[in-house]
Design a protein around this ligand. Structure first.
Ligand code: GDG
Length: 462
């Protein structure tokens, strides 16, 4: 059995606490901890004069190798190209895209440095699994340096349609680097279809009868592998969380009022302003709900160095203030907007207490919070999930109340419907969703991707 080498932008060392426990970091630690393997990437540290070799560590069967970036690398590669060019474009926000040729060059150079730093750690039969949009060209950089190991790539965010993609200068270079992998994985069939459309329309490539893809002088494989959560563990966390002080405090504050919960990184893809507007519309159209619920929005700070994120924070501050100003009573405010992170267990408890989970991103690769909300519910009295049709999770969670997040009135209607939904209907919808996320959990995702990667037969075109 070959060793698995997982490469992601940021590695969390054993000595670090997973702060904003992104599901991915938890999944990598858990899966590599079980099977053994190397987790390689950026340390999270910046240095004007980074060491030429990696800092390494081990924990059980798991090895770690990390290196520092310079402040200039971090700015060009991460803040600029990854988060101000690729992130908005891949989330269909062309108006927010900022492109500079120098940031692209830094991005490509940092991907090359990832390759150079990784190569000394590779063994001949290692299987390499690269994660996400920060590292689109790493596979190509490894191949240029003679690496012949199997390489997989998984994109955690959406891949937009070809008309949107084509906006990006340098797209061909990025996609050629990506196609140096043997297997490219996406969250949904729709993202996979975007890739195939791009290959056919922009590269003149072809799709083989068995789903193989011929492009950039190679034959590779691609597939949809929807990421899951550790459903059973999260359900257990949620059940135990109710006795924690934070959960008790929320409970006391709520009294008999219903809780609507929303949990997001503070990111413009998550649709927080439209969600607040939907709450305002609910209060206007259904005055009977005034004083009867609270929308708690937990928004963990994110990418605070990027201007569009600072603008968003101001917009949300203003909007929540305006709505609360208009509808609050001395003893009640409709929106509680909390701009901080919480321990994972507290979040699980909040989800369990909430009668409604409001997950309405404008665009999202998957959205783990949707699945976490379902996992956290009490089977005897489950809450209702309101889910954006533009979250990857909607492809699996059709029993949720599916909404178009751009349609504020429809979202307000869904909030009303969720607040008054009878127990039997809630149970039936929840059971269907829970069965799906139990079957398609993070282990199933991990296994299906790595099994397909190990069996892949990519090759240079004849
Ligand atoms: C990317 C893609 C895709 C949130 N606040 C806190 C906290 N969280 C946790 C949630 C969840 C995770 O962070 C967020 O995952 P999402 O999937 O919702 O979103 P992204 O961070 O944008 O993730 C996304 C994902 O990759 C995986 O492929 O689904 O589409 O954008 O687990 O619970 N965790 C803690 N404190 C917080 O305050 N501990």
């Amino acid at each position: 059995m070959s060793r698995l080498v997982v490469v992601s932008n940021r590695v969390i060392l054993p000595s670090e606490r997973i702060q904003r426990a992104g599901g991915l970091a938890v999944a990598i630690r858990e899966a590599l901890g079980r099977s053994g393997g190397l987790w390689f990437g950026w340390s999270g540290e910046l240095s004007e004069t980074p060491e030429p070799t990696c800092q390494t560590d081990t924990k059980g069967k798991m090895e770690f190798a990390v290196f520092d970036l310079t402040p200039a690398e971090f700015d060009g590669y991460y803040n600029q190209f990854a988060n101000s060019t690729l992130w908005p474009l891949f989330h269909y926000r062309i108006g927010l895209v900022k492109f500079s040729r120098s940031a692209l060059q830094t991005y490509l150079a940092v991907n090359a440095r990832f390759a150079e730093m990784l190569i000394p750690h590779l063994k001949p039969d290692d299987t390499i699994w690269i994660h996400d949009y920060q590292l689109l060209t790493l596979a190509g950089e490894l191949r240029k340096r003679g690496v012949t190991n199997k390489i997989g790539f998984f994109l955690h965010i959406p891949l937009p349609g070809v008309d949107t993609l084509a906006v990006l200068p340098g797209l061909g270079t990025l996609m050629r680097g990506l196609a140096a992998a043997d297997l490219v994985g996406f969250q949904t069939e729709r993202d996979l279809q975007s890739f195939k459309d791009y290959v056919r329309q922009e590269v003149g490539g072809t799709i083989g009868a068995n789903g193989t893809i011929n492009c950039f002088d190679r034959t590779i494989e691609a597939g949809a592998f929807p990421i899951g959560i550790d459903t059973r563990v999260f359900a257990g966390l949620a059940e135990k969380a109710l006795s924690k002080p934070e959960c008790q405090q929320i409970k006391e504050g709520l009294g008999s009022r219903k809780l609507l919960i929303a949990i997001d990184r503070l990111d413009y893809s998550k649709g927080i302003p439209s969600r607040f507007e939907a709450c305002e519309e609910l209060l206007r159209a259904h005055p009977e709900h005034r004083g009867q619920f609270e929308l708690v929005q937990i928004a963990s700070p994110s990418r605070t160095d990027v201007a569009s994120y600072r603008d968003l924070r101001r917009e949300i501050d203003r909007l929540s203030g305006r709505i609360n100003g208009a509808f609050s009573e001395v003893h009640w405010a409709p929106i509680r907007y909390i701009n901080r992170t919480y321990p994972r267990q507290s979040l699980a408890g909040f989800c369990r207490m909430a009668a409604v989970g409001v997950v309405t991103p404008l665009r999202d690769g998957m959205n783990m919070v949707a699945k976490e909300y379902v996992a956290a519910q009490d089977p005897n009295d489950p809450g209702v999930l309101i889910l954006s049709r533009f979250a990857g999770a909607a492809a699996e969670l059709g029993s949720a109340l599916i909404v178009n997040p751009f349609d504020v009135d429809q979202c307000a209607d869904a909030m009303h419907r969720a607040l008054v939904m009878p127990l039997e209907e809630r149970q039936a919808r929840w059971r269907t969703a829970m069965d799906t996320i139990t079957r398609n959990d993070v282990k199933a995702w991990w296994t299906s991707f790595t099994t397909r990667l190990m069996a892949s037969q990519a090759r240079a075109a004849a």
